[in-house]
Unconditional design. Structure first.
Length: 331
């Protein structure tokens, strides 16, 4: 039941979250900071009540380690938000972030001195080729779309290059955070709910640096068209409604991931999260009607297959299919 509930939460959460997020960013492209701040605030308040017991419960992992983790987490979130303002389309953003396996493997080899099988390296090669294909084709689209004059085209392309650099930095920082978490969990035990709370509560003061941007978009949201909420009949600006729905569905999604991490193997979690990313990508393409060529689809296929190969899902499906065929013969 927990596995099914977690998977349902993850997929329904990401579908609803993505829909509300795209509606919000389509009308206000630079609103990433207020969206992220709202999500952090909601999860922090919930965790303060139900996990920290209003501050009375001591953390199992020393707080100094959470400050390091939070600095990484906050940086990754903000950089990923700003990348969307640098000529980076949402599909490319998601495809690029799917390369987390590459970053994790590279840093694992460098920092933890890990070694992997040939199939692992093959899967990483597929993911790398897929991301390179999508990135290269997106670069050509940026250049052609911005070819009104040479100066505008060069400026748009340079902003796009800066966006790719931001995504690369966030990808490596996220992988480094994962390695840091792995070493902490080995030393102090797994406390994912506690980590979820502190990762969202401790960065809240950092949003003071973004206060002017957050306030600016709060004013814009307040001047959006009025919307009557179904069932309860309350009228409020539609952008605040979108933001509220995004926060709630994002929480549902994160809670689903938490259920999966506590009830299932890491392989199952990785598979579900990978499928979630793929569904999000398709949703984004259809919703935004972004140009997506055959080369983009080929690159996406490479990323998806490479990720599944990395998780060795084929080895897990083999015995499962064998048992299923045996059961059919017995019946």
């Amino acid at each position: 039941f927990s596995l099914q509930a977690g998977a349902v939460f993850v997929f329904h959460g990401i579908a609803l979250t993505h829909g509300f997020l795209l509606d919000t960013r389509r009308q206000f492209p630079g609103c990433g900071n207020i969206v992220t701040f709202s999500q952090f605030l909601f999860i922090a308040v919930e965790g303060f009540i139900f996990e920290a017991n209003f501050g009375r419960k001591q953390p199992a992992i020393p707080i100094r380690y959470y400050f390091i983790m939070v600095a990484m987490f906050f940086t990754v979130s903000v950089v990923n938000n700003y990348a969307l303002n640098l000529n980076i389309a949402m599909p490319l953003h998601m495809i690029f972030r799917s390369g987390s396996l590459i970053a994790s493997m590279a840093l694992g080899i460098i920092i933890l001195k890990k070694r992997y099988s040939v199939s692992k390296y093959t899967s990483i090669a597929l993911v790398s080729v897929g991301i390179f294909t999508c990135t290269f084709m997106s670069a050509k689209q940026v250049a052609s779309d911005s070819s009104l004059n040479e100066e505008d085209g060069l400026a748009a392309f340079m902003w796009w290059v800066l966006g790719i650099a931001a995504l690369t930095f966030a990808l490596l920082m996220s992988a480094r955070m994962g390695i840091f978490q792995e070493t902490l969990y080995k030393q102090f035990g797994k406390h994912s709910k506690e980590a979820l709370f502190y990762n969202h509560a401790l960065p809240l003061p950092g949003f003071l640096l973004l206060a002017p941007n957050i306030y600016h978009h709060a004013v814009l949201f307040s001047h959006s068209e009025p919307f009557q909420v179904p069932v309860i009949g309350v009228t409020l600006p539609i952008m605040w409604f979108y933001l509220l729905m995004n926060v709630i569905t994002q929480y549902v999604c994160i809670r689903g991931v938490f259920i999966l991490t506590t009830e299932c193997t890491s392989l199952t979690v990785t598979l579900v999260v990978t499928l979630r990313k793929f569904v999000s990508l398709i949703f984004s393409i259809l919703y935004f009607r972004n140009p997506f060529t055959a080369w983009h689809w080929l690159g996406t296929l490479f990323v998806f297959v490479g990720t599944l190969m990395y998780t060795e899902v084929w080895n897990s499906l083999g015995p499962l299919l064998a048992r299923w065929r045996k059961r059919l013969k017995q019946e």
